[in-house]
Every structure is written in structure tokens, then in C-alpha cells.
Ligand binder design. Structure first.
Ligand SMILES: Cc1cc2nc3c(=O)[nH]c(=O)nc-3n(C[C@H](O)[C@H](O)[C@H](O)COP(=O)(O)OP(=O)(O)OC[C@H]3O[C@@H](n4cnc5c(N)ncnc54)[C@H](O)[C@@H]3O)c2cc1C
Length: 267
């Protein structure tokens, strides 16, 4: 049976998972944030969304349009406030009975995810941040704070492996070898190098982890908090604590995942 690995349980990811689940496919959906039902805000963008025909149609297909629209507030037009204080209503439609619907993003997102989860063949994994993909080998690298380290998820099997401090040496060797292959295939990929550096760090091969960054020039914008944290941890493991601290000072620690924080907690 074809298996799909989706990254991001936003509106598109959740809906696609529900559609694929309905067709009987095996779906693994990974989301970097925590489960919104456990009090985590989906947030980030606008608080409310305007839902209209196209969106409602998509929700109808998976049988949740009525459930979602129960909480909607009709929006018939845009009220323009002139400087003089005069009000001018610009209707969204010529037909006064037609309207768009204001709906909370978090509630809509949760309802869509729950619709996907009604299919036993759909599994949603929160707190999993994707840090790279390799389309040739059909693998995704995922950072999972509750079980320390990086995981490699393969779309070709249900296998999921993780490299972390609690893993045995042979699994770490395997992951390190896989990371080496990924870097060989795509030497310009910083996520792959980060993965390799972390795997070697966990193997207590500090110097080899540092060697991963040799002759690499990285554009400033490409330096994600995850990449910076691993690099700083590698520097520290090689006795270059001042440089590591200086790198960490560029980071907003609230942007870091729990496991990322753990990598630098002794600095
Ligand atoms: C200010 C603003 C207002 C908008 N208002 C409306 C509106 O009124 N009506 C409307 O229809 N549309 C609106 N949109 C557009 C709408 O938000 C997007 O079309 C929709 O959210 C796209 O869905 P998505 O699933 O692609 O992305 P998102 O909803 O952004 O979901 C992406 C998900 O992926 C996760 N993610 C990201 N990176 C990773 C990673 N590396 N690993 C794992 N998970 C990851 C994120 O945490 C997130 O949950 C608005 C957009 C903006 C910016």
C-alpha cells in the first residue's frame, strides 16, 4: 500500500491527510508544533479566516462543513470608515443573502485534523520538525524533542528510526552512515550536514562532527535556529565554548525546541 508522509498539519496538510485517509492510504502527518488540543496555539497568522464557497466545498467533501460553519460569523461586506465619520458599506456580493464566513483558524485547523484522525490509517505526529528531505531516497529528517535526537522517516516503509542519546551504538552508526550518504548526494544541503554533524556528535565523535562544516559557506538567511544550535554544540564539544556562546547569543531561545535547548544547556 502506498504510504504518504506529509509535513505540516496546517489547513492544507490536515485536509490532504483527510482526503488520502478516506481513500485508504497510509498517512504519516508530521507537525512541528504541539497538539493544538493540548493548549498550544496554532496562531502565527491571522486569528480569523474568511471562509467562502471554495473552502466550504473542500470541507463538504470530508463531511465537516456543517460542523465548521456552526461557529462561523457571517460577513456581508466591508465597512469603510471615512475621515468625516461617515460609514460606507461595500457588500461582498450583489446578492444581499450571500456572505463569506469568519471562522477561527485554530478551531478550523483542529476540526480538519480530527477529521483526518478519524481514519485509523492516518497518524498525526506533533512536535516533529522536518529539517530536510531527500526525494531520491524518499526520506525525511525529523527533529522530535520528546524522544531525543533526529529521526529519519522513510516513505518506502513504516520504519522510523531516531538518533539520540538513548539509542544504541549500532543504530547511531546506521544513522551516521545514512547521513553521510545524504550529504554525499547533496553536499549543498545544510539540513543534511546538520543531521550528519548531530549523528557524529551523539557518537562522541566531536572532531568528525566539526569536519562536517569544513569548506562550507552558508548564506545568512539559511541559518535556521536548528542548524545554529547543532553547530554551536559541535563547537563546544571541540573546546570552542566562547565561539559557541557567541553563536547562541544570536538565537532567540524561545524559538528552540526542547531537545535543541538541551543540546546547549551546559553552555
Ligand atoms: C495574514 C494572513 C491572513 C490570511 N487570511 C486568510 C483568510 O481570511 N482566508 C483564507 O482562506 N486564507 C487566508 N490566508 C491564507 C491561509 O492562511 C493559507 O492559505 C493557509 O494557511 C495555507 O495552508 P498551509 O497548510 O499551506 O499552511 P499553514 O496553514 O501555514 O500550515 C503550515 C503548517 O506547517 C507546519 N510547519 C512549518 N514548517 C514545518 C517543518 N519544518 N516541520 C514540520 N511542520 C512544519 C506549521 O507549523 C504549520 O502548522 C491568510 C494568510 C495570511 C498570511
Amino acid at each position: 500500500m502506498t504510504k504518504f508522509v506529509l509535513v505540516g498539519s496546517g489547513l492544507a496538510g490536515g485536509l490532504l491527510a483527510a482526503y488520502l485517509g478516506r481513500r485508504g492510504y497510509e498517512v504519516e502527518l508530521y507537525e512541528r508544533r504541539g497538539d493544538p488540543r493540548e493548549g498550544n496555539m496554532i496562531g502565527g497568522r491571522s486569528i480569523n479566516l474568511a471562509l467562502s464557497t471554495r473552502g466550504i466545498h473542500a470541507l463538504q467533501q470530508i463531511g465537516i462543513a456543517d460542523e465548521v460553519l456552526k461557529h462561523a460569523i457571517p460577513m456581508r461586506g466591508r465597512m469603510i470608515h471615512e475621515k468625516s465619520g461617515a460609514l460606507h458599506l461595500a457588500p461582498y456580493d450583489v446578492d444581499p443573502n450571500k456572505h463569506i464566513n469568519s471562522i477561527g483558524r485554530a478551531a478550523l485547523n483542529t476540526t480538519v485534523i480530527e477529521a483526518a484522525q478519524r481514519h485509523p490509517n492516518v497518524r498525526v505526529h506533533f512536535n516533529h520538525k522536518c529539517t530536510g528531505v531527500d526525494l531520491d531516497s524518499a526520506t525525511a529528517q525529523l527533529f522530535n524533542p520528546p524522544s531525543p535526537g533526529y529521526g529519519v522517516v522513510s516513505t518506502s516503509s513504516s520504519q522510523q528510526r531516531q538518533s539520540g542519546s538513548d539509542l544504541n551504538a549500532s543504530t547511531l552508526d546506521e544513522l551516521s552512515a545514512l547521513a553521510e550518504k545524504l550529504v554525499e548526494k547533496n553536499p549543498r544541503s545544510l539540513p543534511h550536514r546538520t543531521f550528519l554533524a548531530l549523528a557524529r556528535l551523539k557518537q562522541n565523535r566531536a572532531a568528525d562532527a566539526l569536519a562536517v562544516y569544513e569548506n562550507v559557506t552558508v548564506a545568512r538567511g539559511a541559518l535556521t535556529p536548528s542548524a545554529l544550535v547543532v553547530h554551536a554544540a559541535v563547537l563546544a564539544a571541540n573546546g570552542r565554548k566562547d565561539e559557541a556562546k557567541s553563536e547562541i547569543s544570536q538565537l532567540r531561545t524561545d524559538q528552540l525546541l526542547q531537545e535543541e535547548k538541551r543540546l546547549i544547556e551546559n553552555l
